[in-house]
Ligand binder design. Structure first.
Ligand code: DMJ
Length: 617
């Protein structure tokens, strides 16, 4: 781990050696040896005198060693000696000191099972990158939503709630970046409530996943609801985060209450708690179906069910709507409550609908035959639909990818895959094993046929997502890739890395060559590594991290999105997205670290990588 611990390994060995257990057999054989030595002495009168003194001394010692617990009721196996002394106590193991890890560290910071030191070094590099990104933001854009690292200024692209501060906060807690936790926490405490009360229009989904999700995760990790990761408890008390979260969510609820159906409007005016539909009237399916983890957790910790009730109505309503083998169009109308159009995809506007079906079910305990089973059923049916209708293989080298049905299942298949789809390998793997390792899930016979199919697909898609990076000149993925298939081909649109085995399989259109520092692939690599323990996922993550370091780091501070990943040097854009700190660097850090930090069977990550605890019933 990169945070230096309050002791060295040498200290622990020393402590353990000092208190090493001596077996009763050893104690007995040593006593015999001592006795026979004593016998020799007893043969002379001086020896006898010495033995008398020795017996007297031992008697005194035994009498004085009667401890305060000796009046406690008899324990099993305890032998009581005259005068209340426990003989058993003398023979019993001395207390074995555990390594001096705080419980928090053992559970959430890792316990040192990261055996190859190379990963600790790499994890430190990610921590340094986070520091660099934060320092650039703090220097030029503190309090703005995002940093424009080339222009060295801030911009409010998300409604002006200091989104980078809140998105970055729990990453800093997990990494043990105590100064950043203090700075970000102090900013939240001093400014966020006021901002929320004054700001104008925000998007319900973006504000929920980044700001509300970030606050709730910070609440938990700073000790609220028995959470523990931020051991130093730097920054404000957990209640501060919770109060701001409640105030924000109360205003966001207007998106639900203003709508004539259970489908919320997409935009909220924070200052007067009103809401309206997006221009054009439609909400995105992914957006309305990806606020439930956050609202459910807020209800759980605030004791007020209203947040959960409103958010869960959306999923219960979508359950009743007609679907195509479990797949849904990317638009839904808050006016009618019906889906609009036939465009089916797991990329933008569709993605996290599928992610939240399984994660909300997991959050609520992950039990079949519960009130939430319908979510598991919807997810299972949808993934069957994905495998049947959306999965194809590229030519000539057979990369498995997920395409789109822009005109529904009767229309033509499009071999287009957004980078956003790369959340899917991780979600599929998580849904299959429910956060356990594959080895454990197999050994305990927990995997159904569907789970095994989904796990296989997860690994295949993980490969396609990684190859979207590998195929370009910079080693960074484009926003969108197309795949050559029997029916679809285009020449002259390769990624620029001729040595890639898949150079001919992947097509990158001019308009899609940008990279926004997105997290989805490293998110999936992290989950796949945790579940399969295959170190190739760590190696791939490191390769991607190195490419970010090489091409997106800005000398004057921060990291920037790029305009074209197929050329070197790449043309740069001028934005450091909040999710680079909230998600990309967090997932890389966790990928290189110990598995016991934010364990996948105890936490679900919201779609902005903010971990929330799973409800245990
Ligand atoms: C994030 O805000 C979330 O992961 C969302 O679900 C999709 N887009 C971005 C990151 O790419």
């Amino acid at each position: 781990m990169s945070k230096s611990l309050p002791y060295s390994v040498k200290d622990v060995n020393y402590d353990n050696a000092k208190f090493r257990h001596r077996s009763p057999l050893k104690v007995l054989s040593q006593s015999m040896l001592t006795l026979s030595t004593k016998r020799n002495y007893a043969s002379c009168s001086t020896g006898k005198f010495l033995i008398l003194i020795l017996i007297f001394g031992i008697g005194c010692l035994l009498f004085m060693s009667k401890g305060p617990n000796d009046s406690a009721p008899n324990e099993k196996g305890k032998v009581t000696f005259v005068g209340g002394l426990r003989l058993g106590k003398l023979l019993r193991k001395p207390p074995r000191l555990p390594p001096r890890l705080s419980p928090d560290e053992g559970q959430l910071r890792g316990n040192g099972s990261n055996t190859d030191p190379k990963w600790a070094v790499r994890q430190q590099s990610v921590k340094d990158a986070f520091d660099y990104a934060w320092s650039g933001y703090r220097k030029y854009a503190m309090g703005y939503d995002e940093l424009m690292p080339i222009s060295q200024r801030g911009v409010d692209g998300l409604g002006g709630l200091g989104a980078t501060v809140v998105d970055a906060l729990d990453t800093a807690m997990i990494m043990g970046h105590d100064n950043i936790v203090s700075e970000a926490g102090a900013w939240v405490e001093a400014h966020l409530l006021e901002r929320i009360s004054q700001k104008d229009q925000v998007n319900l989904f973006e504000t929920t996943i980044r700001v509300l999700g970030g606050l709730l995760s910070a609440y938990h990790l700073s000790g609220g609801d028995q959470g523990t990761v931020n051991m130093t408890h730097n920054g404000p008390k957990p209640a501060v985060y919770l109060n701001v979260a409640k105030d924000l969510a109360d205003r966001l609820l207007s998106a639900f209450s203003s709508s004539p159906t259970s489908v919320p409007y997409s935009d909220v005016i924070l200052r007067d708690s009103t809401a309206h539909p997006a221009p054009g009237g439609m909400s995105s399916t992914a957006e309305v179906a990806s606020v439930q983890l956050e609202f459910n957790y807020l209800s759980a910790v605030s004791g007020d069910p209203k947040y959960s009730t409103e958010a869960m109505k959306v999923l219960a309503h979508i359950k009743t709507l007609p679907k195509t083998e479990g797949l849904v169009p990317i638009y839904i109308s808050p006016q009618s409550g019906e889906f609009v159009g036939e465009n089916i995809r797991l990329g933008s506007r569709g993605d996290s609908y599928y992610e939240y079906l399984i994660k909300v079910w997991l959050q609520q305990g992950g039990k079949l035959n519960s009130n939430f089973t319908y979510l598991h059923d919807m997810y299972t049916e949808a993934m069957k639909g994905v495998r049947h209708l959306l999965v194809r293989k590229s030519v000539p080298n057979g990369l498995v990818f997920v395409g789109e049905l822009p005109y529904g299942s009767k229309g033509e298949f499009s071999p287009k895959m957004d980078h956003l789809v790369c959340f899917l390998p991780g979600t599929l793997a998580l849904g299959a094993t429910k956060g356990l390792t594959k080895e454990k899930a197999l050994a305990e016979n927990l995997l159904s046929f569907e789970d095994l199919e989904n796990l296989k697909l997860a690994e295949e898609l993980g490969k396609a997502c990684f190859e979207m990076y590998e195929v370009t000149a910079t080693g960074l993925a484009p926003e969108i890739a197309y795949f050559h298939t029997g029916e679809y081909s285009e020449d002259g649109l390769e990624g620029g890395n001729k040595s890639s085995m898949y150079a001919k399989d992947i097509i990158i259109h001019q308009a899609d060559r940008h990279n926004l520092l997105r997290p989805e692939t490293v998110e999936s690599l992290f989950v796949l590594y945790r579940i399969t323990k295959d170190t190739k996922y760590r190696d791939q993550g490191w390769q991607i991290f190195e490419a970010f370091e090489k091409y997106t780091k800005v000398k004057t501070g921060g990291y920037t999105s790029l305009d074209d990943v197929t050329e070197v040097p790449p043309r740069r854009r001028d934005k450091m997205e909040t999710f680079f700190l909230g998600e990309t660097l967090k997932y890389l850090y966790l990928l290189f670290g110990d598995d016991s930090v934010i364990p996948l069977d105890k936490f679900v990550f919201n779609t902005e990588a903010h971990p929330l605890p799973i409800k245990h019933t």
